[in-house]
Each structure stands twice: as structure tokens, then as C-alpha cells.
Design a protein around this ligand. Structure first.
Ligand SMILES: *Cc1c(COP(=O)(O)O)cnc(C)c1O
Length: 223
């Protein structure tokens, strides 16, 4: 099947499974393919592209910079502080803020470029099996400091469900993330948290039903 057909099918699933399809954006995760194939995705209607490695991302960014003027890059992987500087001039959204020191660095690099960077806080909801996100209680403690960082916009949360979890556990995690967003919007964020980045190829339908606004899909588009 072709890349554009796959994108089309996922777009139909968004309409079918989401309670608010107009708020949902598909991120095409391009880590499996090179720019020749990414161009097919752009021609097929994708415009948000996701990568999880800085070096690969900067290379693809350069290669596609003149190809399609409306695409945007999202960073979705584990981000090392010393690499933020390589993406700070152009990255649209960073989905994986998992500690205060990383947020401070993103804020500083955004300031260097006189811009604001949208970020999502990655929450570790599946603690035993996923060591990458913020531990929730640490995040709560850090909220006052995070709110002082004026060159990042905290737009919401991201989470990743382990591959070996069953549907109930996955759904439970996604539902929990939505509830946290709703609670924290009232307590600290004055309804500025609008995004939930959850769902990949094998679980995006569940994520859509539970209120995802970004789904990050790779293999279902490119394999
Ligand atoms: C690879 C990756 C995805 C996409 O995974 P698929 O199962 O191929 O759809 C989504 N999010 C993150 C953080 C990833 O690293």
C-alpha cells in the first residue's frame, strides 16, 4: 500500500474514533525512512513530521527545507541537554520534556533565537516499564519553576504505552493522562494545556477514543 493511502486511512480513523476529530493532528514518524519517502508523505497530505534522534532530524530538516514550505518538525524522543542547541532554531514542538534542567536548557536556547518553543511534558504513567518520562510527583514539585520559563509554552502532555500491555492497561494510562491534564488546567495552568500526545501505530485508536490531540504514527504509514 502507498504512503498516501496509509495517511488517508489514518485520517479516516481520526474521524471515526475521536470525540473531537477537528482537534487531532497526525504526526508522521519518519525515523524508518529517508527523505525520498518523506516527500511522498508530504505529497500525501502530511505536514507534521516526527523524529526521535537529533542528528537524523537535523539532516532531514536540511534536506527538506525547500521542498515543502508548510511542514513542521516535532521532536519525540529522549532529548539530551547538550543537543537542544542543534534544533532550537526550527523545532516546532518538543514532546519529551522529562526534567526541569532540560526545560531550562530549551528555554535558554529558544531565547537565543528570540522565539518560543512549544513543549509537552512526558509523563511516566507506566512506571515499571518506561523510564523515560517525568515521575509525576517530581513534575508537580517543578511546576512553579517551569511556569517561570517564558520562552517555552507548555501545551500539554505526552506518554508512551509499553508494547506488551493489553488494551485495558493502555486505555487506563491514556485516560489517566487526560484526567491529569484536566485537573492541572484548573489548578495551575488556567486552561492553557490543550494537547495530549498519545497513541502510536498499535494503539492510536484507543488513544483517539481517550482524547488524543496528537497521534505519533510511524510503521502504519511507512511499512
Ligand atoms: C517510533 C516512535 C513512534 C512511532 O511508533 P510506531 O509504532 O512505528 O507507530 C511514536 N512515538 C515515539 C516516541 C517513537 O519513538
Amino acid at each position: 500500500m502507498s504512503v498516501s493511502k496509509n495517511i488517508n486511512n489514518i485520517t479516516l480513523d481520526i474521524k471515526k474514533y475521536s470525540p473531537h476529530p477537528e482537534k487531532v493532528n497526525l504526526i508522521s514518524v519518519t525515523k524508518y525512512v529517508d527523505t525520498t519517502i518523506i516527500k511522498e508523505a508530504l505529497e500525501g497530505g502530511a505536514y507534521l513530521l516526527g523524529e526521535n534522534k537529533v542528528q537524523v532530524l537535523t539532516k532531514k530538516y536540511d534536506e527538506l527545507i525547500d521542498f515543502d514550505l508548510k511542514h513542521k518538525w516535532h521532536f519525540i524522543g529522549n532529548l539530551q541537554k547538550n543537543k537542544v542547541k542543534y534544533i532550537a532554531s526550527f523545532i516546532d514542538t518538543i514532546h519529551s520534556v522529562n526534567k526541569l534542567s532540560l526545560a531550562v536548557e530549551i528555554n535558554k536556547r529558544a531565547q537565543d533565537h528570540k522565539r518560543k518553543i512549544d513543549v509537552l511534558i512526558e509523563i511516566n504513567l507506566f512506571e515499571e516499564d518506561n523510564k523515560e518520562g517525568y515521575v509525576y510527583t517530581d513534575f508537580l514539585n517543578d511546576i512553579p519553576s517551569l511556569l517561570e520559563l517564558k520562552n517555552i509554552n507548555i501545551k500539554g502532555f505526552m506518554t508512551m504505552a509499553p508494547y506488551n500491555y493489553n488494551e485495558d492497561l493502555i486505555r487506563g494510562g491514556f485516560k489517566k493522562l487526560r484526567e491529569l491534564k484536566d485537573e492541572l488546567n484548573i489548578l495551575y495552568f488556567n486552561n492553557t494545556l490543550t494537547e495530549l500526545s498519545m497513541g502510536m501505530s498499535n494503539d492510536y485508536k484507543i488513544a483517539l477514543e481517550e482524547g488524543a490531540t496528537f497521534i505519533r504514527v510511524g510503521s502504519k504509514i511507512f511499512e
